[in-house]
Write a protein that binds this ligand. Structure first.
Ligand code: GKR
Ligand code: MG
Length: 435
């Protein structure tokens, strides 16, 4: 008798974990970050896992699709994509036209990305199952490793010492509102993780304060590649004024001004100044926007992808090929996440011949885990890709139950950094670009 490996049970578990009061263009992080844990269990008892967004629209989309995937073979990713596309309705307006109406700080939480997000959520869990069936790590299913470890960068934030609600003890990072405190934060993160490059989340304080912060980092860490990301909270004029102050210091300039047109205007002026390349996770967030950037002569030269909303690991490999074709750089964007996401990103990046910069990760800002063995360990700023079958991480059931309990009690169902900031400052408008 042959054993069936068809997918029989699908479980989606929303979780919440502690997240520090990190400042950004939209406002401030809430005390709890939301994610979902996806489990696909086969007739034969194998369980493929993944981690994705945990906001309500995403949970609803995952729940709607799950029943039509029951009975599918873990190998049938193309069929899964067809079924997801048939079930998930895109909003009336999609793509850049729709996104252009607002500055989307976290494109992954945007409904226009629902098909790509749901495909990615199930694709990674199916690849985990395929790896278990084939006795191969996911990176081998993606063509095999071109590197055995993936470099990440120190992702610094301006932050308050504790949340306004004080739902738990203050985090270990302390306040960071001055250049001196920023340098302390960087030292602490680099000491713990060994990162070799630094990204500063900007768009929160005034641009001049943030430029001073970056210059302090340049002084404290000579030779370390530095990036700055105001999440489109600066006008074109401000973007140009600040990059002038940072001459010779930046590795790349991430989303200074809003919209592809704004980025193109910055790029035109910077070209004359012989300045750094522009990177984005805001204006090239899908293949249609990739094409628009190409049609405009590629003002954005580095795409910061994210498999969670680009349609999965395979779609990101296709993006990588396109970036090579158009001579663009490629690296990875990140939102608050745990180890399953981090390991999926690591398998993907280990397989990409084109990975031109160390990837972003919010991981150091989290102190909880859902995988067995607890927090994943970096070596010299890199994470080694696992060599055991599948993703190489499994769920710690006790942690999963605890994080789900957090979700049930935290009261947050959609990320809202603006509303959270209004608790500190009721006059805060969140209007962008603010500077
Ligand atoms: O979590 O505050 C944050 C980040 O600003 C995040 O929302 C962005 O999507 O990290 C992201 C970025 O690089 O733009
Ligand atoms: Mg960014």
């Amino acid at each position: 008798m042959t054993t069936s490996h068809a997918i029989r049970h699908i479980r989606i578990t929303p979780i919440a974990f502690r997240d520090p009061p990190l400042l950004n263009a939209a406002g401030i992080h809430e005390p709890w970050a939301l994610r979902s844990i996806i489990e696909l269990e086969t007739d034969s008892g194998l369980v493929g896992i993944n981690e994705s967004y945990g906001d309500l629209p995403m949970l609803e989309a995952l729940a709607k699709v799950a029943p039509v995937l029951v009975g599918l073979s873990p190998w049938s990713i193309n069929e899964m994509v067809t079924r997801v596309a048939a079930m998930v309705t895109p909003p009336a307006h999609t793509g850049s036209e729709f996104l252009g109406q607002q500055v989307s700080l976290a494109p992954g939480t945007h409904v226009s990305k629902n098909v790509a997000k749901v495909v990615s959520a199930f694709e990674v869990a199916m690849l985990d199952l395929q790896g278990q069936l084939a006795g191969a790590p996911v990176v081998d299913l993606l063509g095999g490793p071109v590197r055995d470890r993936v470099p990440y960068s120190a992702y610094l934030f301006y932050k308050y010492a504790e949340h306004i609600e004080k739902p738990y003890a203050p985090d270990a990072w302390g306040e960071a509102l001055t250049p001196e405190q920023l340098v302390i934060q960087a030292r602490q993160m680099i000491a713990q993780y060994g990162f070799k490059s630094i990204k500063l989340k900007a768009g929160a304080l005034t641009p001049d304060e943030e430029a001073a912060g970056l210059l302090a980092l340049a002084k404290a860490f000579p030779g370390t590649p530095l990036r700055m990301d105001p999440n489109a909270n600066w006008s074109v004029a401000t973007s140009l004024r600040i990059v002038e102050q940072l001459r010779g210091v930046l590795e790349y300039y991430e989303d200074p001004a809003p919209g592809l047109e704004g980025m193109a205007a910055v790029a035109r002026q910077m070209e004359q100044m012989g300045e750094v390349p522009l990177a984005t996770n805001m204006v090239v967030t899908d293949f249609a926007e990739f094409r628009r950037n190409a049609d405009m002569g590629c003002p954005v030269q580095i795409v910061l992808s994210d498999h969670h909303y680009w349609g999965g690991l395979r779609a990101t490999q296709q993006l990588s090929r396109l970036c090579s074709t158009f001579d663009l750089g490629l690296s990875m964007h990140s939102n608050s996440h745990l180890g399953v996401s981090l390991m999926a990103m690591t398998h993907l990046c280990a397989s990409l011949p084109l990975l031109t910069y160390a990837c972003d990760t919010h991981y150091p800002w989290q102190d909880e885990e859902v995988v067995e063995g607890g927090r994943l360990r970096f070596e010299d700023g890199s994470l080694r890709v696992t060599t055991t079958p599948g993703l190489g991480v499994t769920l710690d059931r006790t942690s999963l139950a605890r994080l789900h309990d957090n979700y049930l009690h935290c009261g947050i169902r959609n990320r809202d950094d603006l509303a959270q900031m209004r608790k500190y400052n009721p006059a805060f408008t969140g209007t962008q670009p603010r500077f």
